[in-house]
Design a protein. Structure first.
Length: 133
């Protein structure tokens, strides 16, 4: 059985900004609130929104605002997303603050956040993470 989360677009972090393609409608584009030299493009996709942060000419962050219909669907979606963005490596849980979980990939080059309160999932580069916080 196909679930809506199976069709979410998978992107390549650090790809050139002009190579980023999202199958969805551009809803808005504007400066990142914590990194004015970065741009956040918001796309409407099946199941919600996708926020892409472009910085220094490359894709540095992808936020899936695509809440699943069930815990099982959320787990399925996250397994797929973490496998893709982890590029075959693993993830280590760094923190669970009662709202969500923070992860680092085994190479310490990428981070991920899963807000289980809102069921949003974020993947990004540590280089950008240091700038935005």
């Amino acid at each position: 059985m196909n679930h809506p989360t199976d069709d979410l677009p998978l992107l390549e972090l650090l790809c050139a900004a002009d190579e980023v393609w999202v199958p969805g409608e551009l809803e808005s584009s504007g400066p990142h609130e914590n990194a004015p030299d970065a741009v956040v493009d918001t796309y409407v996709v099946d199941g919600g929104r996708l926020l892409l942060t472009l910085w220094r000419g490359r894709l540095h962050e992808v936020i899936y605002q695509t809440p699943a219909e069930s815990g099982e669907d959320a787990e399925r979606r996250n397994d797929r997303l973490f496998a893709h963005y982890g590029q075959g490596g693993g993830w280590n849980e760094i923190l669970d603050n009662g709202f969500g979980k923070t992860y680092r990939d085994t190479n310490q080059r990428l981070y991920a956040l899963w807000s289980y309160a809102m069921d949003f999932t974020t993947f990004g580069t540590m280089e950008f993470h240091q700038v935005k916080w």
